[in-house]
Design a protein around this ligand. Structure first.
Ligand code: ADP
Ligand code: ADP
Length: 231
C-alpha cells in the first residue's frame, strides 16, 4: 500500500538546514499495523505528516496505492487524503463548539455524503466506538478516554483504508489507553492499515512490526507477528 524509497525532508530557514528525514526506505502492506518509535526529534511527526499527505517531501519516492505521489501538489494530496486517510492525534483535536455527533459527521460533509447516508454512517460508528450515549455532549463534557473514542470515530467514519495515529494514548491513563488500543486493533483486524507513532513499548506490542528511527533514519525493523491474511 505504501512504499517509500530514499525519502528526504529538509527544513530550511535563512540560517539553518535541518535534515528531518534522511533517505528513509520502507514498505507497509495493506492490512498491516506498524508502530514507529524513536527519541524526540528523530523525525517521527515529519514522517507521519508526509505519509498522511499533509506535507511534501524534498526527495525520494513515495508510492501510495501503486501511484507515485512524491510530486503531487497540495490540491492533489488533499483529494487523496480526504478519501483514503483518517488521523488520530495525541490531543484528540476535536472541535469544542461541535457535539460528538457533529464532530464525527464532519469528514462526511467534506466528502459530500448525502445527509441520510451521513446519519446512518455516524450512528453506526458511534455504536461501534461505544460512545453513542454521549452523541449530544460537547468534547469538554467527556473524559479523555471518551474524547479519544470520538476522535477514532471521526477518523474511521469515512471508512479510510489507512489510519495514521500520533501518540494516540499519550494523554490517557492505562485503562483508557488500552481501550483505544483495543479499538485500533479491531479496526486493523477488520482490514484497515494502521501506522502509529508511539513512545510506549506496551502500545507498540499491538502492532505487527516496529520501525525504530534515529536522526531521520530507520535503524531497525522488528517483526512481532505475521500478517494473518491479505485483505
Ligand atoms: P519527532 O516527531 O520524532 O519528535 P519531528 O519530526 O518533530 O521529530 O522533528 C524532526 C526534526 O526536524 C527535529 O530536529 C525538528 O527540530 C525539526 N523540525 C520539525 N519541524 C520543523 C519545522 N517546521 N521547521 C524546522 N525544523 C523542524
Ligand atoms: P472515565 O471513568 O471514563 O475516565 P470520568 O470519571 O471522567 O470518566 O467521567 C464519568 C462520566 O461523567 C463520563 O461518562 C463523562 O461523560 C461524564 N463527565 C465527565 N466530565 C464531565 C463534564 N465536565 N460535564 C459533563 N459530564 C462529564
Amino acid at each position: 500500500m505504501i512504499k517509500i524509497t530514499d525519502l528526504e525532508k529538509v527544513y530550511r530557514t535563512d540560517l539553518i538546514e535541518t535534515v528531518a528525514i534522511n533517505k528513509m526506505s520502507f514498505e507497509v502492506r495493506q492490512g498491516e499495523f506498524v508502530a514507529i518509535m524513536g527519541p524526540s526529534g528523530c523525525g517521527k511527526s515529519t514522517l507521519l505528516n508526509i505519509l498522511g499527505l499533509l506535507d511534501d517531501c524534498d526527495g525520494g519516492s513515495f508510492i501510495f496505492n501503486g501511484q507515485e505521489i512524491a510530486h503531487f501538489n497540495e490540491q492533489k494530496r488533499a483529494m487523496l487524503r480526504k478519501k483514503n486517510i483518517g488521523f488520530v492525534f495525541q490531543s484528540f483535536n476535536l472541535i469544542d463548539e461541535l457535539t460528538v455527533y457533529e464532530n464525527v459527521e464532519l469528514p462526511l460533509i467534506y466528502n459530500n455524503i448525502k445527509p441520510a447516508d451521513r446519519k446512518i454512517m455516524v450512528e453506526e460508528t458511534l455504536e461501534k466506538m461505544q460512545i453513542m450515549h454521549r452523541k449530544s455532549h460537547f468534547p469538554q463534557q467527556l473524559s479523555g478516554g471518551q474524547q479519544q473514542r470520538v476522535a477514532v470515530a471521526r477518523a474511521v467514519v469515512n471508512k479510510p483504508k489507512l489510519i495514521l495515529a500520533d501518540e494516540p494514548t499519550g494523554n490517557l491513563d492505562s485503562h483508557n489507553g488500552n481501550e483505544v488500543m483495543d479499538m485500533l486493533t479491531s479496526l486493523n483486524e477488520a482490514g484497515t492499515t494502521i501506522i502509529m507513532v508511539t513512545h510506549s513499548e506496551h502500545d507498540a506490542k499491538f502492532s505487527h512490526r516496529i520501525i525504530r528511527m534515529l536522526d531521520g533514519e530507520k535503524i531497525t525493523e522488528n517483526i512481532l507477528r505475521e500478517l494473518d491474511y491479505i485483505p
